[in-house]
Ligand binder design. Structure first.
Ligand code: ASP
Length: 271
């Protein structure tokens, strides 16, 4: 709904996905911003990215703890630096310089995530992409597409590990000529198979529909052992939200205001 509020007044897809991801980062239930998961060392390291399908501009940050909304840090990299991806201390120095709002480390930490870390260190995770990486894709009234993704990564990850979420073409991709994609799941697989770009490439080169392309890529990843899913929208506004886990928290809202959310493999696409 936060994203829709931007779109209904004629705002851009880029602002819509940014606003939607900020709202999800602020909610401690999701693994992004406040409520990010912990590394094996008990620290928090966040990754985020944003891409504008109009001109392929993109910005990303990785391994950061400080900016209250990592997606805004990513957006700042896109808009105020000549780079695409900044990491760690350098990213933080850049954010301070650009006056990106910071929060105290305690703000990001929740009891629930600490408990999960202790559990995860003992046993492997359940089969659901519920870690809560957040992402949004949007098509605005001008036909522009955008995507944004933000995450704390995977529980118990090695400090320094970077997942797919800040990697353009892996966890995030937007291209007005094809589609916008935001991914969640086992990031190493999404990076190794260039998952988000692969979906767009199938539209461009193999004449597949978004539905065909997204389903095929997620199914192929499943066969390789790569768990996860994507939210995607194409240049005509068609949606695809496939996943190969038992569930994926997802939702959409259309221009007419019709909206749906779903978790499990249940019918949710409106006609
Ligand atoms: N894709 C994220 C990562 O690998 C994690 C997730 O989506 O649960 O960092």
């Amino acid at each position: 709904m936060a994203g829709r509020d931007v779109l209904v007044v004629g705002g851009s897809a880029l602002d819509a996905v940014t606003r939607a991801v900020v709202a999800l980062e602020d909610d401690p239930l999701f693994n992004a911003g406040r409520g990010s998961v912990f590394t094996a060392a008990g620290t928090q390291e966040m990754d985020a990215s944003v891409m504008d399908g109009r001109d392929h501009r993109a910005g990303a940050v990785a391994g950061i703890l400080g900016p209250r909304n990592p997606v805004l840090a990513a957006r700042m990299v896109m808009e105020c630096s000549p780079h695409v991806l900044l990491i760690g201390e350098g990213a933080l120095a850049f954010c301070r310089q650009q006056r990106v709002p910071f929060a105290d480390p305690g703000y990001f930490s929740t009891e629930e995530r600490l408990r999960e870390l202790l559990e995860a260190l003992e046993k492997r995770r359940r089969d659901i992409a519920e870690e809560g990486t957040v992402g949004a894709v949007a098509r605005d009234r001008h036909g522009n597409l955008a995507a944004a993704t933000s995450t704390g990564g995977m529980t118990g990850k090695t400090p320094g590990r970077v997942g797919d979420s800040p990697i353009i073409g892996a966890g995030t991709y937007a291209d007005n000529a094809t589609c916008a994609v935001s991914a969640t799941g086992h990031g190493e697989f999404f990076i190794r198979y260039g998952a988000a770009f692969e979906i767009a490439a199938r539209l461009r080169h193999a004449d597949q529909s978004l539905h065909q392309a997204a389903e095929a890529v997620i199914e192929a990843l499943a066969k390789l052992g790569g768990r996860g899913g994507v939210v995607a929208v194409d240049r005509n506004g068609a949606l695809a939200l496939p996943f190969n886990t038992s569930g994926m928290y997802r939702g959409y809202v259309r221009a007419d205001g019709a909206s749906r959310t779903a978790i499990w493999d249940e019918p949710y696409l409106l006609g």
